[in-house]
Design a protein around this ligand. Sequence first.
Ligand code: ADP
Ligand code: MG
Length: 378
Amino acid sequence: MKSPQGTSDDSDLVKARIRAIRAAHPGNLMARHFDADYFASLDAPKRDRLLRIIGSGVENPDSQMGAYARDAEDYDEFAALLDPMIRDYHGIAEGEDIAQQHDWSGASSRCDLAAIDPALSGVSMRVRVGRNLGGFPLPGAMTQAQRLEFEALVAEAFAVLREDPQFGGHYLSLTPGLPHTIGEAEYQRRVAAHQMFKDMSGDKYLRAAGISADWPYGRGMYVSGAEDFLVWVGEEDQLRIMAMARGGDVARLFARLRDGLERLGGLLPPFAHSPRYGYITSCPTNLGTAMRASLHLPLPGLTAGGADLGAVKKAASGLRLTVRGAAGEHSGAGQGGLVDISPRARLRITETGIMRCLYEGAAALWSLEQEGDAAPAP
Ligand code: ADP
Ligand code: MG
């Protein structure tokens, strides 16, 4: 679907294509919930907009969600399609109230992995949230000029943050020709250090959604002096704001993100937020808290030395956790069976709920790993 212009010929083709996807890829939630009558009821401009929202899921039948919002308003304007998809993915029954709540109180509690096992007091921890500003389209619909305008706007906030005793640091841009643009070697070093995002044009889902367009214009990262507070500019969401640290004190990590969010948020126009869906994100999977909190856990026993993530994925799903490879989504385990575990839920769970789920899940996986160690060799 190279040019979803919304003409009736295109529409018929798309409808047939979606029927075929539904049959061959029952996991594609866009295809599962697409209703041809609803689509036909829209006027031509709205049909065109909807075709763009679902473009990635049509072009990539193996998509799990199959849609990316292009504007914060899309979630309300196209709720007839998007709401059932969101409920399906997040396990919320039709008619059940969503009303996302936020609660960061866990950040002021005690939650330290060292209480599970002192051996876990040096793991790599990361917690990020996605945020978007109401005044710009979401990344899939931004023009190159808007990407640059957005970067200039947040760069002003970073200029203030740079002088902050707690969050001082510097901004690194990928946009060619800016005073703080970094070169390829520095970029690759930051990617390898798990700080900077990968070249998004390698991701077929983001490419089809237009999210990686104009790469690398308008892309960059703010990093604090201690390299524990980072802000991505121009990835899947306009902003991905995160705290990262090696250690075991998960509550402290959350507190660092909470404080940084408050500080940066005060320097920017308000983040797009919906009373129903919480923080607005490009991908409906991230709505709600827009938070992914992860640990890099060494699980050599459960992963057969990193060769097979099957068993750990199975155990993790019962604990409401997702498993990724150590280099992020779609990657394999790292050395020593290092895997990325994170609570799956983002919506209708609070920030504190995510923190607790991560801690309890890590404790359970760690005890499974130890049992494996204790078992006699076959
Ligand atoms: P997200 O979509 O949440 O931003 P990705 O899976 O795309 O996460 O990963 C982004 C980067 O963050 C990757 O380099 C990944 O290795 C890194 N990362 C994720 N969790 C951790 C962690 N706990 N410790 C260190 N690096 C991490
Ligand atoms: Mg990602």
